[in-house]
Each structure stands twice: as C-alpha cells, then as structure tokens.
Write a new protein. Structure first.
Length: 203
C-alpha cells in the first residue's frame, strides 16, 4: 500500500499494535532478508500468551538461515503452480480467488484513501496487504487521521478477523512451516487479542 498522509500522533499501545501488524505483513510479503531475520532473532516477548509466542519466534529465528527460510517461504506461498497455502481472504471465505470479498475490500480501500502500491501485483486481499492496511489505519498512514477504534473494528471484522485466525492456524500446522509456524502462532494470538478487544467496543 502507498502512504497517502503523514502518520498521526498515536498512543504507545497503538504504535505497538501497528508495529506488530506491519511486522507480520512484512514477514508474509516476502522471505525475510538477513537483516530482518536478525531483527526477528532480537525480539523479546513478555509473559503473556502473545509475548511467549514472540519469544519462541525469536528463538527459531536465531537458528534459521536466510536460504532455508527463503525455501520455506517459497514452498508455503509460491511452489510449482501454487504454494501449500493461499493467503487470500476470497479463498478462505468463498473457496475461490478474486471473489466478492476482494470487491468489497477495494470499495473500502477507495473510501479510506488506500491505494495499492504500483509494484504489488497480487490481489489486495492477501494477508500481507491486509495486515499492512490495519497497521496504517491505526497510525493514520493513509488519507486522513488515524482511524478511531470503531472504524478499526469495522475494517477488522469485515476484512481480517473473519478469516485471518484460520489462516494463521493453517500456517502453524503447514507441513513446510518451520520459522513460519512461529510466525503463525504470533499472528493467531494477535488476532485473538484484537477480536476480543473489538468485541468489547459497542457498535
């Protein structure tokens, strides 16, 4: 996604949420290079369920090599013809690519001033792009200020929460997942936390 506005002032908690969304989006958009893998190895979690999954991810990253992780990423998401997983909302929600969930997302993107980056050719409803969109909405990286919690809730429930938890569980269990099994655990735990937090916000 292309940034269309300056990042607004946000709370420390929201900045941390956005950072985690953006990090997961980065890890799922392409295999991590040596620098990102080293940064992942330096992550430190706390004693929460999410924190423990972050600590586990860091441990796996410490013993992972860029070449092996690249092969893992390709087997999971690219493969010969297709990878083990198809990380698209349309596929998870309808069983087919480029279906109604993608059309609905494009309408909401236009309404919120979010544009697909010119160097991105995959459908916009892929998991990496959606996580990046959530991160951008939280801090106001697109047109207008940061989205309020109600607006975040609407976007999350419509485009992310309805399927991303299932995807991350599949990623954890995928036969080709090693490092990405831990990425899946972090993503699944984040989705659980966000879903519960948004549930407590009145419609």
């Amino acid at each position: 996604m292309s940034a269309m506005a300056d990042i607004a002032e946000t709370s420390t908690e929201d900045r941390m949420r956005a950072d985690l969304y953006n990090y997961l989006g980065l890890m799922l958009s392409a295999p991590p290079d040596e620098m990102l893998l080293a940064q992942t190895a330096d992550l430190q979690g706390d004693d929460s369920v999410l924190g423990k999954s972050i600590t586990q991810l860091a441990r796996v990253a410490k013993v992972s090599k860029p070449k092996a992780v690249r092969s893992e990423f390709n087997a999971l998401f690219i493969g010969l013809g297709r990878g083990e997983l198809l990380p698209f909302a349309s596929y998870y929600l309808t069983g087919f690519l480029n279906e109604k969930p993608l059309a609905a997302l494009r309408g909401d993107m236009m309404a919120r001033g979010i544009a697909r980056a010119p160097n991105v050719f995959e459908p916009e409803d892929n998991i990496a792009s959606l996580l990046e969109m959530m991160g951008g909405l939280i801090v106001g990286r697109f047109a207008g200020p940061a989205a309020d919690l109600q607006s975040q809730k609407v976007f999350f429930n419509k485009h992310v929460g309805s399927w991303a938890g299932h995807f991350f569980s599949d990623l954890e269990a995928a036969k080709n997942s090693v490092l990405y099994a831990s990425v899946g655990a972090v993503g699944r735990n984040l989705m659980d936390i966000e879903r519960e937090a948004f549930r407590m916000i009145a419609d």
